[in-house]
Design a protein around this ligand. Structure first.
Ligand SMILES: C[S@@+](CC[C@H](N)C(=O)[O-])C[C@H]1O[C@@H](n2cnc3c(N)ncnc32)[C@H](O)[C@@H]1O
Length: 280
């Protein structure tokens, strides 16, 4: 990027970004104050360049007076990147090692925290369907982004992702053909509505909202990487409180629960695939 930010004194820039995030919080209630500084800085400058503005302070001035611009910035700050059966080995391990334990539970509750446009939750629905567990499972898929959630509810998949998703599905131990799960019409691919029948998509903010149920599995993958250590610890507290005893917590492949406030509360059920089990 053409980076005006290189000319800015780093200490001044830190103040400006802190003021911007404070302004967003006070005006719009979205709390990014404890997100990772380097990510926020990168995303903020991306928006500054697109808007043709000179400084972070100029962006703050605009954001406070222009709700439409704020929504453009919001889309930059939440990073919706996702895919179906992302890290297929995790889904394979889940199928082989976690599913047999879930079979023993009469009614299963799973929470995808930070579900983005829904691909992860739909992948879980496919897996549970194949294992005969979907009918007795309720999947709660939550995110802060209304945009992402409305796309999740529609269940469309971009056609250019099909090759990757089919490959991931096969590598995740898929028992059928991936094409059994979607219909393609007029150049659009839509996941079969039957996959959605046990998924509840809802808005939930991990920073400000509380627990809303007790779960047997929580997946929070590639979300807390954007948080600073203190916020991550707080959210781990929320997950610990929301998990049934013996429940499973899964984080992203570049994340770990080691060095978090709750690391002692879990067994590394499958450390390589970032699946942890809450101690009784
Ligand atoms: C990179 S995506 C990860 C999607 C999916 N879990 C995966 O691993 O493919 C991160 C998601 O976290 C959501 N997110 C960021 N901050 C959040 C918060 N405070 N509460 C809930 N969701 C949040 C973003 O909106 C985005 O959709």
């Amino acid at each position: 990027m053409t980076n005006h930010s290189h000319d800015v004194d780093p200490d001044t820039e830190k103040i400006e970004i802190a003021l911007l995030l404070e302004g967003i919080f006070r005006k719009y209630g979205h709390d990014f104050r404890r997100y990772s500084y380097s990510t926020m800085r990168r995303r903020v400058w991306h928006r500054i360049h697109l808007e043709g503005l000179p400084t972070v302070s100029a962006l703050l001035e605009k954001v406070l007076h222009d709700g439409v611009l704020f929504h453009r910035l919001l889309r930059d700050l939440v990073i919706p990147v996702t895919e179906m059966f992302r890290d297929p080995d995790m889904f394979l391990s889940f199928r082989r090692n976690v599913v047999p334990i879930l079979r023993e539970i009469p009614y299963v509750r799973i929470w995808h925290a930070g579900c983005s446009t829904g691909e992860e939750a739909y992948s879980m629905a496919v897996l549970l369907h194949e294992e005969g567990l979907l009918d007795k499972t309720r999947i709660y898929a939550t995110d802060i982004s209304e945009d992402a959630l409305s796309r999740a509810k529609e269940g469309f998949i971009p056609i250019d992702r099909m090759k990757l998703y089919t490959k991931n599905y096969q590598a995740s131990g898929g028992l059928a053909s991936f094409s059994d799960y979607y219909v393609a019409e007029h150049g659009l691919v839509m996941l079969k509505p039957s996959l959605r029948k046990n998924i509840v998509f809802a808005r939930h903010n991990l920073v400000t909202d509380r627990s809303f149920n007790e779960f047997h599995v929580i997946l929070c993958r590639n979300v807390m990487i954007y948080f600073d250590g203190e916020l991550r610890d707080r959210v781990h507290g929320l997950f610990h409180e929301s998990l049934a005893s013996g429940g499973f917590l899964t984080v992203g492949s570049k994340e770990s629960i080691t060095f978090t406030s709750r690391s002692g509360c879990y067994d590394a059920f499958d450390d390589r695939n970032r699946i942890y089990r809450k101690n009784p």
